[in-house]
Design a protein around this ligand. Sequence first.
Ligand code: DGT
Ligand code: CA
Ligand code: CA
Ligand code: ZN
Length: 583
Amino acid sequence: MANLEIAELLRAIAASYQLKDEEKNRFRIIAYQRAADAIEHASSELKDLWDDGKLKDVPGIGESIASHLDEVFRTGASKHFEEVMKGLPPQMFDLMEVPGIGAKTAFRLITELGIKSLSDLENAAKRGKIAVIEGFGEQSQADILKSLEELKGRTKRHLLPYAAVNAGRLIEWMNESKYVKRADSLGSLRRRAATVGDIDIAVSSDHPKEVLGHFVNYPKKARVLEKGDRTASMVLPGDVQVDCMVQAPNAYGALLQHFTGSKHHNIALREYAIKHGMSLSEYGIKVNGRLEKCATEEEFYRKLGMDFIPPELREDTGEIEAALTHKLPKLVELRDIKADLQIHSSFDIETSHDLGESTMEEVIKKADKLGYEYIAFTEHNPSKSKHNEKEVLNLLKRKSEAVEKLNYSFVKRECKSIKKVFNSLEIDILPEGGLAVPDEGLKLLDFALVSIHSSFRIDRNKMTNRVLSALAYPKVKIFAHPTARKLGEREGIELNWSEIFDFCKKNEKWLEINAEPTRLDLPDTLVREAVKSGVKLSMGTDAHHQDSLGNMIFGVAVARRGWAEKKDIINCLSLSEFEKMIE
Ligand code: DGT
Ligand code: CA
Ligand code: CA
Ligand code: ZN
């Protein structure tokens, strides 16, 4: 069972509990959903962890879920899971694949309309049968049709960190062979694209036969697809395909260049070469009919009269012109990052209890290890429906006191590099605009992030005004995960970006690059436009566990793909520079 299937199973259990008795099972439902999220985004296969007896090391998998999963791995099923799902229509779980359809909606559609499949659902929506059910209406029906279209457009791609971890392990394995001089990733993974179709690996060696023999002997493989003289392909658990290519060391740079892509970059490069009497291949560059091999990529680009183009920029969006005229940006690097500006600790703002996992202290320690100068705690605002204004203020006060205390004691006593912890908050932008926290509450914060977590489908103009109304508050500095997209799940909201950019530039507001692997939001193409417009970006991991602070590297990948330099990123400011920005 691959991670995605297990996650699906746990979601099905959560949905079953939701239908049976939502109130009674509230915490169970959350636990199952959380475990499903954790497993879906884990970079290791759960089955491997189980083999090593490390199931409980996965944050989000508690004692009881672990014991049921243990039964699943041992026997192929769990009695408890079967019991929970008994009596529920199995099509329910297919319908829940549709974004926006939860357990209850799916159940009603099946029982009230007799829907048996996604195509049934599409037919029913097209014939107007859904709009007339009580509580649905024209809008829900239109939303369902739109979601169905979205679902069809999905292709199976892997999140960048998942591909990166799998490739990293495989490269380690390749390096164990004495015939391997070096091994690198290629393709979309080397370009650090947000999602990766298949993994491509390059090996430098004079012994392709032995190298490929070692490759197909990889102990963690699911099956071998093919093995030729210079290339081989196999599939890893979780349906990840890997292609491996071997090249002699004296032409290795040309191979790297050729199979890093992107296709568009290579086409544009080839056209340029032809115009100048050269031709390109995975061996090198032919000039006047004579092949000049390239051992390194630097050499390859130099022969074309270009500066070295970092893989992240190879998308044919102006990098070739820039490389010819020595105008490539000096891209931001992980070591330039001095802060993480979106972190959720286990300090539960609703109760001000510490829930035990990744306490504020643990998070600070981890950030200190990473060498940061400052971080911000950005818990979600207290629920507006559960508390009156006075209660909200009291909760915010408690958090602000907790952070203040940490700054005076813990940070001074325990930290080498962290100098300050900021008291921030991730505040919901209400559907009609404005913030989910009263003005008095804002006064307690050092600065605030705002973001959208509901009502995603509002027309472009209204949505733009909704966002601008929130950004207008002086305390608000950051628009977090601005498109609200979820990779493979949900497309982003529609905004008038040039209006947003203008506003941010004029009013010193920053757009976040959220480094959470399913978000990577702003997406790279919009980062590029923001940078061009002179808008500053802030980086946050959106970590809900101290280990996720390590995801910053993926945010940096997005920034680099968007041509961002140090000067474009707020987190590259020193503490004192940053403090001036939020005065
Ligand atoms: P992906 O795997 O869909 O995320 O995207 P890429 O960019 O990794 O594409 P892939 O795996 O098809 O090919 C790797 C790179 O190799 C691609 O960016 C362009 C380059 N390339 C050069 N010549 C060829 C060729 O003849 N066939 C393919 N498929 N790729 C080539
Ligand atoms: Ca690929
Ligand atoms: Ca490939
Ligand atoms: Zn958020």
